[in-house]
Design a protein around this ligand. Sequence first.
Ligand code: ADP
Ligand code: ZN
Ligand code: MG
Length: 471
Amino acid sequence: MDYEAVIGLEIHAQLLTASKIFCGCSAAFGAPPNTHVCPVCLGLPGALPVLNRAAVDDAIRAALALGCTIHETSIFARKNYFYPDLPKGYQISQYEQPLATDGEMDGVGIIRVHLEEDAGKSLHEGFPDSDRKTYVDYNRSGVPLIEIVTQPDLRSAADAAEFFSRLRSVLVWLGVNDGNMEEGSLRCDANVSVRPVGAQNLGTKAEVKNLNSFRFLQKALEHEIARQIGVISEGGRVVQETRLWDSAAGRTVSMRSKEEAHDYRYFPEPDLPPVVVDANRVQQIRSAMPELPGARRRRFVEQYALPEYDAGQLTQTRALADYFESAVAAGAPAKLSSNWIMGELARKLKEEDRGIDASPLTASRLAELIALVNNGTISGSIAKDVFEKMFASGRTAGEIVAAEGLTQIDDESQIVGLIADVLSRHADAVAQYRGGKTTTFGFLVGQVMKAAAGKANPKRVNELLRKALGA
Ligand code: ADP
Ligand code: ZN
Ligand code: MG
């Protein structure tokens, strides 16, 4: 029998607000342990939480980008459980009435987007007595998160990884999350079940927790799907449980079964009033939102007649798309700009491990280089050298071309002279050409270009060489 996988994701994304969600402590990553703490985020008795408005705005932004309905009233709830990194003994989250519901992105339904606080971080390693003790850093306690829960609409491990990656791009594009999965600012739990192809009912799911890279998500799901199909094919049943991905062993392992699952005893948070978001505020946020990657990709195809592929590449990040449009605004033809950006520029940036934001070559300078090629001042191959020099020195294309005498040789008499010289030095090749070996033509063009130090206009060389050979 053939089986299909059914996958739904729960994604936690840290919002990029300056301060925490219920207190004024800094939400920045990387400070010395327990320096960004106060009575509220340490859960001391009597300390009262106050909601950070900026976190709500960011959450609304993300929810709108995912096509969700923002609810006028949402409620914070206490999710009770004991863990050393959770000093209050409960996490403030949203449960029955979340901020937003019923969205969709790339054909995947979004069940809900809700706000919650992060827990602290248990440090099991890195101290002299780490073999006997666990330390806790509460800097992360109270950092604002959104949780995004998808419908079980994904059907393969690869699709799930692809979707997660596109979701990451959208959140980073909006500026609500930094996309840094290594630092834990974006984390994913994957729910997966299998069922016979064509079946309507869902199978029993397992949840694989804490997948912090696209590769791990894909690998963990591939493994888990194969495991579940194996269990069912042998006449067994999948048990509902939480599993962990053991990347060293390349398999998922059971963490706890449904019987051991927590009953969180959710109840409305008595210290916080309901969150009220009126239509006006939603409208304001919506109208200030940037054009999203999908819309921008489609516009690039329509407005600039770019191939789908180019448009997809150029909208990988907002900075890259901005760079492209700046080059075009500075007068460079769209397709040529795209070629340079996806080709030489991408290669150099990768080589030097820089983002487009840190490119030493601005878009307007790239446009200037492209203009020099377009108006025939320099040849395409010289342009590549000039590009390297611009990248390394920060000088403009015009400066480099002038200083190094790279202007293209267009002058007919000069090219004719070079050709005559080459033909006299390669009488045998000329004889071969005349004897019918036409491939020799390319060799002769190469010799003329070499004699011109690459500066001759290749089109003119071709024409004049044919003429000289009487072809
Ligand atoms: P739970 O109550 O166990 O948290 P939810 O119904 O809240 O489960 O769903 C959590 C996530 O699991 C969602 O992303 C949802 O799409 C996904 N999910 C639910 N049921 C299944 C299933 N049978 N197979 C795969 N994913 C599922
Ligand atoms: Zn605090
Ligand atoms: Mg749930």
